[in-house]
Design a protein around this ligand. Sequence first.
Ligand code: R5P
Length: 263
Amino acid sequence: MIKPATGRSVMLACDHGYFMGPTRNLESPRKTIEPLLPYADTLAVTRGVLRTSVDPKWDTPILLRVSGGASILKDDLSDEEVTTSIREAVRLNVASVALSIFVGAPHEKQSLVNLSRLVDDGEDFGIPVMAITAVGKELDKRDAKYLSLACRVAAELGARIVKTYYCENFSKVVNGCPAPLVVAGGPKLNTEEDVFNLVYNALEDGAVGVDMGRNIWQNENPVAMIKAIRSIVHEKATVKEAQLIFSENRKVNPKKAESSANA
Ligand code: R5P
């Protein structure tokens, strides 16, 4: 999942349906995933999407989401259990498994015990576990004090890799976490430049990559987005260089092209 040549990774997150249902632009997972896969080092999905929407011929390593049990219709999203067994993960030939922890939320203890047990099971089979630091509603989503606590707890309980959110003072989060960190993108940002800045700054601060979804496939030009993000992650492109790659690869809107040709 983490490429040896750069020590970094572009993970494509497509597991949102397990609690959000048919998220915009992920209604038909196969359609969303297929064009993006050549540029992803890892694909994050649930077993349902893996079975129905991922061609066995595709050889991208799979990060299998194995926690769930709450949907966005509930106030408390922290009430999760492990929903897929390690035997199933082995049978599905996945590279890694992922679950959410909810530090500071009503079901904090349950989610941390879920993580610890999953690590025990994963280690038996040589399957690394990613902990995802989902954030309790009462806490500030992008606070380094909170995220460094949550990431450190995840690493101490045995997570081999931790996914979290970028925030101000992100180096504090990285420095306090002995396991490698990747960042999620969160809800779609206003501009492509905002996304490239997030990726660039997270890597500068020490993240080993991204596990990103909506800011790629909710963009009008998802392939151009993932190519540009990949250039930052693996080629150390600057934000300006990433913007150039995005512009070169985006589909030209026929109406705009026509008006500029007539100008
Ligand atoms: C959500 O819980 C999932 O773990 C997503 O994989 C994660 O939030 C990354 O996706 P996005 O970049 O859309 O936030």
